[in-house]
Design a protein around this ligand. Structure first.
Ligand code: ADP
Length: 297
């Protein structure tokens, strides 16, 4: 009983600059477990970046190619000193010195080996991973198009698990609807994945989107008019600039017609208060943020 998942293979791991060192070390370890310069091999990285996959690929490969007779895959708590003369692969999402629940002498042993870290894959690698997942899941191009794949690759840059999550979510919707999903629908379905990403926008794009949304001109927005719809749009613009950009209150005031920073704070507080009471203003903000996220891509 090895407790290895057979789908975690090297074939299924897409290589990129995010993981090439770790992969090279993993291959070396799999070819000559125990007798290589990477013992122990420490794979270090954030959640969802492929630590489990890589560690298990080493196990699967070594077993399949009869490099070892058995593989033990255990949590660090269960890991014991008896394993000392064997190839050790440790994966962790913290620096070794911060690991808890492992004997001191093991910890120091881990420091001798190679620590290979896993990074977030770049756009090209994300694209390759998504294509691979689509193939592996036998999903036809007519269900999830290349256009949608590149939309995901462009917008989801957190970790690989989230990339998979997008495919699974789309597939679920496609089978409910029993039809092909178009790009617009996909954007809607995947909005939670996209929104999680911190929105990086400029004050200029906020102005543009707010004017378009409330159907007013930039001059109106920056001007002196107290007409209710214009004043409302202006407050919303200030609110969005304060929450979504790192620009100072003073600069926001200047951008919006040379108002001073206390006006910006007042607008911000007013919108915050309204948000607690009104559903419709919540919706407005959400819709504006969505527009901004598309604008910034
Ligand atoms: P971790 O252990 O670091 O939290 P996992 O190994 O569980 O991450 O990876 C999360 C998911 O992403 C898994 O389904 C894994 O197969 C997949 N994955 C990670 N990296 C890659 C990669 N380079 N190519 C293909 N799939 C990957």
């Amino acid at each position: 009983q090895t407790q290895l998942n057979p789908k975690y293979t090297f074939e299924n791991l897409i290589k990129g600059s995010c993981n090439d060192v770790a992969l090279a070390a993993a291959h070396a370890v799999s070819e000559n477990p125990g007798s290589n310069s990477y013992n122990p091999l420490v794979v270090y990285g954030n959640v969802g970046l492929g630590k489990t996959h890589l560690a298990q690929a080493i196990g699967n490969y070594s077993l399949e190619h009869k490099k070892v007779n058995f593989v033990v895959y255990v949590s660090s708590e269960k890991f014991t000193i008896e394993m000392q003369n064997k190839q050790i692969v440790l994966s962790c999402d913290k620096p070794i010195k911060d690991l808890r629940g492992i004997e001191e002498r093991l910890l120091s042993r881990f420091q001798w080996g190679l620590t290979a870290d896993l990074q977030v894959p770049d756009y090209e690698t994300r694209l390759a991973i998504l294509y691979k997942k689509r193939d592996n899941m036998y999903i036809n191009e007519s269900i999830i198009s290349d256009e949608i794949i590149s939309f995901i690759a462009k917008n989801v840059d957190t970790n690989v698990r989230e990339l998979e999550g997008c495919i699974i979510r789309l597939l679920a919707s496609a089978s409910i609807e029993r039809q092909k999903i178009n790009l617009e629908t996909s954007k809607e379905i995947l909005r939670d994945f996209i929104r999680k990403k911190e929105l990086i926008v400029s004050t200029a794009s906020i102005e543009k989107i707010v004017c378009k949304y409330y159907k007013i001109s930039t001059n109106d927005l920056r001007g002196k008019s107290r007409r209710q719809d214009i004043a409302h749009a202006r407050q919303i613009a200030m609110y969005l600039m304060k929450t979504l950009t790192s620009v100072s209150l003073k600069t926001i005031g200047l951008q919006l017609g040379g108002r001073d920073h206390s006006t910006v704070i007042h607008a911000y507080n007013t919108v915050e208060d309204k948000l607690k009471e009104s559903q419709s203003i919540n919706r407005e903000i959400e819709e504006l943020k969505k527009e901004l996220s598309f604008e910034s891509n």
